[in-house]
Design a protein around this ligand. Structure first.
Ligand code: FES
Length: 177
């Protein structure tokens, strides 16, 4: 699924938090410049690590609950309260989400063994090549949500409660720089 533009995370440690199928995903750039994606869930007790929809990690990702820290490539670096002799940090990296790039866009795939993005895109990269999309810059994004109506009885004084729930469509306007 299309999830954003590489230019949204220009520096290592920058991140955005797209939501896919009800899952919050951390998309960041590691110190080698590679785009990385992880479920926004701490491996300790399952706490949501990030709340802000975008931001910057100062070299590491830290869970606000007990302070477990992860490298920008998802490796567990520090695990407080884990003195057990047989605890192995290598066994508890952030759970990875497959991220792939095409012409400045990043795509996320939640399946365990996804088909490579380029295979799924088939002839599209050739058709879109003249657009030079990697050179375009994000100008505006509009997200449409589905509405869940909590209908109340007619005699109830307040209007029906409308909740914005799942994003159903994302339109991205790209312009030449
Ligand atoms: S839940 Fe994240 S450090 Fe404990």
């Amino acid at each position: 699924m299309y999830a954003g533009r590489e230019s949204e995370i220009p520096r290592h440690g920058d991140y955005v938090l797209p939501e896919i199928a009800g899952e919050s995903i951390i998309v960041t750039r590691d110190s080698s410049g590679r785009v990385q994606a992880f479920f926004n869930v701490c491996r300790h007790r399952g706490t949501r690590i990030c709340a802000a929809s975008e931001g910057h990690f100062e070299g590491r990702i830290q869970c606000p609950y007990h302070g477990w820290t992860y490298a920008l490539d998802g490796r567990l670096l520090g695990a407080t309260h884990m003195q057990e002799a047989n605890f192995c940090r290598e066994d508890y990296p952030l759970n990875r989400v497959h991220a792939d790039l095409w012409d400045g866009h990043f795509f996320l795939n939640l399946s365990a063994n996804p088909e490579p993005l380029m295979d799924q895109l088939a002839s599209l990269p050739r058709k879109f090549a003249p657009w030079c999309m990697q050179d375009l810059r994000l100008q505006k994004r509009i997200i449409y949500y589905s509405h869940a109506m909590n209908l109340r009885p007619l005699w109830y004084a307040r209007p029906p409660e409308v909740k914005l729930t799942t994003p159903v469509a994302v339109f991205t306007l790209l312009l030449n720089r």
